[in-house]
Design a protein around this ligand. Structure first.
Ligand code: COI
Length: 356
């Protein structure tokens, strides 16, 4: 049974526990699950609305073997981060954007979804309950993983009769083992991540299982990850398994346009706005794979990866390298503005952060 009824009770009775830091080694966090104290659960039936959720101790969940999510992949996830500021307060980054994206995905996957307010309140409660797991400033962030799944039993193919919205969290550092060093990508030209009319534009769980084969093969050859091309022309850049891609040439930054087969990344959207505010021209359009050949810089964006410089891209056996060891100048500038904003180190003129 949940010890908490709401965040107010939580902050009264658990403030001392919540204000301490968990006793772990905070240096060199990677991107792996560290079990934390609480998770959030809220259920609703098909055709109904989510009403009241609650915090529970973090742990395994029970599912009927016939649950829609297990049998037919009726599930979505989200990812967002919380940062601890120097003054101890916690900042969330654009949580309402994740709530909206989950609602769009739920519509595509025939699921009911929490309202934006329910989503954001649930994120806040979960982060406050796990406050001691938010890394100290400069050591990383608390990764927040909301899930929405068909948890009810269903044997014939149909939407599940019951849905569960769940949030768990884990402290994280850099996503790629390279840290902030450039990653090496290989362009996949046989397997595809998404098809027109499919689900590539929503954050459904199956999109991520579908990339594991190419990703495993790429990693076995020493690459960091895979860059996908469109499945119709096999020519235009789409995205990397877990992040969006940007190509820099002079003062122009190009990124594949959102057209149903590309995940509309919240970091992608934020970087576009940051870049424009810094005087860059940003083009959202079809980006032919050939443009990688004479690009000045390439970088990836995502909640998990933040901004990751790309050191090289291999396409049909030919390798193109960019710059030297670290960030290119453009990626560095955008990374620096975005992360300082997310960590509360500069004025949030965009009104993107939510302070807890
Ligand atoms: C994220 O960046 O939050 C994602 O959802 C990507 C995931 C594969 C780690």
């Amino acid at each position: 049974k949940s010890p908490f009824k709401n965040a107010a009770v939580l902050s009264d009775s658990y403030s001392s526990e919540a204000s301490e830091l968990a006793d772990i080694e905070w240096d060199n966090l990677g991107f792996g699950l560290l079990p934390t104290d609480y998770m959030y659960m809220m259920k609703c039936s098909q055709g109904g609305n989510f009403s009241k959720g609650e915090l529970q101790r973090f742990g395994n969940i029970e599912l009927n073997p016939s649950a829609g999510v297990l049998n037919y992949g009726q599930g979505l996830f989200e990812g967002l981060k919380a940062y601890r500021k120097e003054d101890g307060n916690i900042l969330l980054f654009r949580p309402e954007e994740n709530a909206l994206r989950m609602r769009q995905g739920a519509e595509r996957m025939c699921m009911p979804a929490p309202t934006v307010d329910q989503f954001v309140e649930a994120v806040k409660e979960t982060v406050l309950a796990n406050k001691r797991w938010v890394p100290p400033p400069g050591k990383g962030s608390l990764y927040i993983r909301p899930l929405l799944m068909g948890s009810g039993a269903v044997l014939g193919l149909a939407p599940a009769p019951e849905y569960t919205f769940l949030i768990y969290v884990s402290p994280v550092g850099n996503y790629f083992k390279e840290g902030v060093a450039p990653i090496n990508l290989i362009v996949e030209h046989e397997l595809h991540r998404a098809t027109p009319g499919g689900t590539g534009g929503v954050k459904t769980i199956g999109n991520y299982a579908a990339v594991l084969k190419a990703q495993s093969a790429a990693k076995a050859k020493g690459y960091s990850d895979v860059l996908y091309l469109d499945c119709v022309h096999k020519k235009y850049l789409e995205e990397v398994s877990s992040c969006n891609i940007f190509v820099v040439k002079g003062d122009v930054i190009s990124t594949p346009a959102i057209k149903g087969t590309i995940l509309p990344g919240i970091t992608r959207k934020s970087i576009i706005d940051v870049a424009r505010s810094q005087g860059f021209q940003v083009e959202e359009r079809f980006v032919p794979v050939d443009e990688l050949l004479d690009a000045d810089e390439v970088f990836c964006t995502g909640t998990a990866v933040v901004v990751s410089p790309v050191g090289s891209i291999t396409y049909k056996g030919k390798r193109v390298s960019y710059g030297v060891d670290g960030f290119g100048a453009v990626a560095q500038q955008l990374y620096s503005v975005l992360t300082r904003l997310q960590m509360g180190l500069i004025d949030d003129k965009m009104d993107w952060t939510v302070e807890l």
